[in-house]
Structures are given as structure tokens and as C-alpha cells.
Design a protein around this ligand. Structure first.
Ligand code: GDP
Length: 469
């Protein structure tokens, strides 16, 4: 990880495959400029080896004496590039024939095809970014809502990497002092001031605890809010889902390349993606035996952050509704009890719901009435979802949020380790045992930013990138 990582020259198409206005082919490595010079002739006739860094040149690409395309070459020299090594990017006309010919020529002149995520991996290995920032690059590319975009961008720009690195640096100092004590074990000296060590530990613990807690919000911002619509068969679940999705579907189905399946399950409100869990299940309930339906509902509720329970006074009793809530209620889950089909039953709805409310005092629930079919009060239901989205956005505003499961798990491990250090210190544990727990804390903190990493972890992270990134 130390010093510049130099290696062979890699090449890949950086834009999407298929015909497009332009296709960008990216070469990175020590020979990038030399290879580019063998196939590209700038109109000004100067080889790219002689032009200034960070400049763009119009010219032609030739292969086997044939002109392939007129295109632009962007040159990055030295270490001042995305990857931290020499880079040339050809912006060609986006024909698949041209792209294939240019790629072939680069390969023939000594470049090799880049692996998935290899450009970003090099950027990390060359110290251009922390591992957590490199991971955010993939998140940014995958972001499909305002919120997921915002958190990915924040993390790519640094996020909590520098905070973690600072804490880790301070802890490392103490680790060295404690380990020094071990060398002088006979003399019974203490180099590390225990009081400032305690203060540092408590600061680290507080920071990590906050980051761990932010994951529930961060995960929603990145992956969307899981919503379960539940209720007996015929309660109106698919009618409600269709009503909610209808307006949006009319807009998004025009966008080429988006698949219907995903469109049907996601609703964007307040910049947050609401994802309806097991939509297929909802659509199948008519065929499903009730027992299966019940099991499925349980699983859905367990995964959900918002539960929309549909009932009505003819198919359900007050006791049914109350029992449902008592069985499935979880703190931190937004529970909506929605009295549906009020176009049919106008009388008694209010009394029914008052009884439900009365029986559920102390539960944090939202009661609404609705006609999914006639779309009466549908806007109110949407408004409740919007308010909830705004609350989540507010909770994240201005704070660092953890969005990546790998970071979350490492932080949890670091927290357990730091707590052991604290306990050890309080109980007068010997320096050698203390040192083990400190090392462990350092390890987990370092694994987030990549200060410590191994090939397996890196392989795992970067293989999920697309080729050319
Ligand atoms: P699911 O089994 O929970 O998905 O229920 P559906 O959405 O398939 O609805 C079952 C039946 O109830 C259908 O005939 C719907 O048209 C009807 N339905 C759903 N919501 C309402 C409503 O608000 N008012 C009325 N009158 N009928 C509704």
C-alpha cells in the first residue's frame, strides 16, 4: 500500500456498450501514453508524449494503416489522474465497430483488458482515495434516487474516512506507548498516560456508536425504504399498490431500458425510494392458501420499515386489528393502520377506529381511512409517507451516515473491541492483553478506509464494479 503502485497498462470502454453519441476508451498505466501514440495522430502532429498534461487533442486513430475514426484524446500525465498513473482517454464516435477496432489496436500494442473496477482499485492502491471512497464510486454509479445519490457523493468526497483515520492515528500512538511498556515490563513503568487514554477511548466509542446508529437511516437512503402492505386476502392490497404506483408508472414507463418489474415495486417520494416488498406475493394472494399468506406477511413485516395494514369493519373485528398490532409492532417501524373500502361503509368507520385507537394507547401508530379503489384519501396516505421521508432526510442532514454494510459490520466489530479495551483498562488488565484489544480496534477501523486490507477483501469489493470503472 505504500509507495506508488505501478503495473501494466490496462484498457477498457468506460461508457456503456452499444451505439452512442460517443464512446470513451480509457488507457491507464506506465505505457498508456506510448501505446496511445502508436495509434493516434494529433492534427497538430505532436506526439502525446510531448504535449502538456491535462490537455485534449483532436486527431485520427489508425489501425493497420487504416483510419478508424477522428476523435479526441485527453492526456493525464504522471500521477495526476483518476488512477494515479498516466492515463489517455479516447472519445470516439460511439459505434461498436469503431470501439472494437480501437480496443483491438490497444491490445495489439501491449495493453491488457481491465478487470472489473480495476481503474478504481488502482486509484485506491495509489493513494488517490480511501477504500470507503472507492466503494462510494460504485454507489454513486448505482444511485437511482436523490437520497442515494446524495449519500454516495458525500462518501466519495471523503465522508467519515478522515475522521476514522484521525481516531485511528491517535489510537495507534497509544498502542505504541503501551507496547513500549511491554519492552520495559521489568521496570514497571507506564509511558501511556491512562487518563488521556481513557478520554480518547470514550471519544472513539462515542464516534463509532453514532456512526453505527446512522446505518438504519443510511441504509434507507441508499437502498430505499422497505414497505410491507399487509392484510387479509381481498383487503385491497394490490388495489392500493396499483393506485400508489399508477401516476408514477405513467411517467417512468416511457424511459427506455427500465424494466417493468422494478418500476412496479418502487415509488419515489420526497427523494426517497419506497420499495414494496414481495409485490409478486401481493398479486398472488388470491391463489395462495391462507396459511402461506400469513407466513409470508410475517416475513414481510420483519423486513419492513413501514407497515401498511389494510382492514375494514366488515371483514375484520376491532380485536383482529388490535391483535395484529400487538403481534407485529416493533419500535422504529412506521405502523400505519388503514381502514379501507370506506366508499362502501360510511357508517361506523369512526367508531370502529376510535375503539382501535383506544385499545392501542401507548403504541406509536398512525390511523388513516381510505378507499383504495376510488382513491379517496389516497393523497393523505401519500402525505404520511412524504412526512416520514422528510423525517429520515432530516435525521441525515448535516450528519455523516454509514450506508455500506461492510463499513457497518467493521464499525460494530471496532465498537466491541474498543469496549473491551475500556473494560480492560478499568479492571487493570496487563499491558500485553490490553495491546491485543487495541490492535483489534485498529484493525477494524483500518479495514474501513483500507489502511489495512488484503487481496481477498479488495477482490470482493472491486469485482462488483463494472468494467471500465
Ligand atoms: P388483495 O387481495 O388484498 O390484494 O385485494 P385486492 O386489491 O385484490 O382487492 C380485492 C377486492 O376488493 C377487489 O375486487 C377490489 O376491487 C376491491 N377493493 C379494493 N379496495 C377497495 C375499496 O377501497 N373500495 C371498494 N369498494 N372495493 C375495493
Amino acid at each position: 500500500m505504500n509507495g506508488l503502485y505501478t503495473s501494466d497498462t490496462i484498457v477498457a470502454l468506460a461508457t456503456a456498450t452499444g451505439a452512442g453519441a460517443i464512446g470513451v476508451i480509457r488507457l491507464s498505466g506506465n505505457e498508456a501514453i506510448a501505446i496511445a501514440d502508436t495509434i493516434f495522430k494529433a492534427h497538430h502532429a505532436k506526439p502525446l508524449a510531448e504535449v502538456a498534461t491535462h490537455t485534449v487533442h483532436l486527431g485520427v486513430i489508425e489501425a493497420d494503416g487504416q483510419q478508424i475514426d477522428e476523435c479526441l484524446a485527453t492526456v493525464f500525465k504522471g500521477q495526476r489522474s483518476y488512477t494515479g498513473e498516466p492515463v489517455v482517454e479516447f472519445s470516439c464516435h460511439g459505434s461498436s465497430y469503431i470501439i472494437a477496432q480501437v480496443m483491438k489496436s490497444c491490445l495489439a500494442k501491449g495493453a491488457r483488458l481491465a478487470e472489473a473496477g480495476e481503474f478504481t482499485k488502482r486509484a485506491f492502491l495509489n493513494g488517490k482515495m480511501a477504500l470507503s471512497q472507492a466503494e462510494a464510486v460504485a454507489d454513486l454509479i448505482a444511485s437511482d434516487s436523490e437520497a442515494s445519490h446524495r449519500v454516495a457523493l458525500q462518501q466519495m468526497r471523503g465522508g467519515f474516512a478522515s475522521e476514522i483515520e484521525t481516531l485511528r492515528g491517535e489510537l495507534l500512538n497509544f498502542a505504541s506507548l503501551i507496547e513500549l511498556e511491554l519492552d520495559f515490563a521489568e521496570e514497571d513503568v507506564a509511558f501511556a498516560d491512562r487518563d488521556s487514554f481513557k478520554a480518547l477511548l470514550s471519544h472513539i466509542k462515542q464516534t463509532i456508536t453514532q456512526l453505527v446508529a446512522s446505518f438504519s437511516v443510511g441504509n434507507v437512503l441508499k437502498n430505499g425504504m422497505p414497505v410491507a402492505i399487509v392484510g387479509k386476502p381481498n383487503a385491497g392490497k394490490s388495489t392500493l399498490l396499483n393506485a400508489l404506483l399508477n401516476e408514477e408508472r405513467a411517467i417512468v414507463s416511457d424511459i427506455a431500458g427500465t424494466t417493468r418489474d422494478t418500476i412496479e415495486e418502487v415509488l419515489h417520494i420526497g427523494g426517497i425510494a419506497f420499495r414494496f416488498i414481495d409485490t409478486a406475493g401481493i398479486r398472488e394472494t388470491h391463489d395462495a392458501i391462507e396459511a402461506i399468506g400469513v407466513q409470508r406477511a410475517k416475513e414481510k413485516i420483519a423486513k419492513a420499515q413501514i407497515v401498511i395494514f389494510l382492514y375494514n369493519q366488515y371483514d375484520d373485528t376491532v380485536a383482529d386489528v388490535v391483535a395484529f398490532v400487538k403481534e407485529h409492532y416493533r419500535e422504529g417501524v412506521f405502523f400505519m393502520l388503514v381502514h379501507n373500502k370506506i366508499d362502501l361503509y360510511t357508517e361506523g368507520v369512526h367508531t370502529f377506529d376510535e375503539q382501535v385507537r383506544h385499545a392501542l394507547v401507548g403504541y406509536n401508530i398512525t390511523l388513516l381511512t381510505l378507499s383504495a379503489k376510488e382513491r379517496v384519501y389516497l393523497e393523505e396516505l401519500k402525505q404520511s409517507l412524504t412526512n416520514y421521508a422528510q423525517q429520515i432526510n432530516k435525521a441525515a442532514a448535516g450528519n455523516t451516515v454509514v450506508t455500506n454494510l461492510r463499513h457497518y459490520e467493521a464499525l460494530q466489530q471496532a465498537l466491541t473491541a474498543v469496549e473491551r479495551v475500556e473494560e480492560g483498562l478499568a479492571s487493570g488488565l496487563s499491558a500485553d492483553l490490553l495491546a491485543i484489544d487495541i490492535r483489534e480496534t485498529l484493525y477494524y477501523l483500518g479495514s474501513i478506509t483500507g489502511a489495512v486490507s488484503n487481496d481477498e477483501v479488495l477482490g470482493n469489493i472491486f469485482s462488483k464494479f463494472c468494467i471500465g470503472k
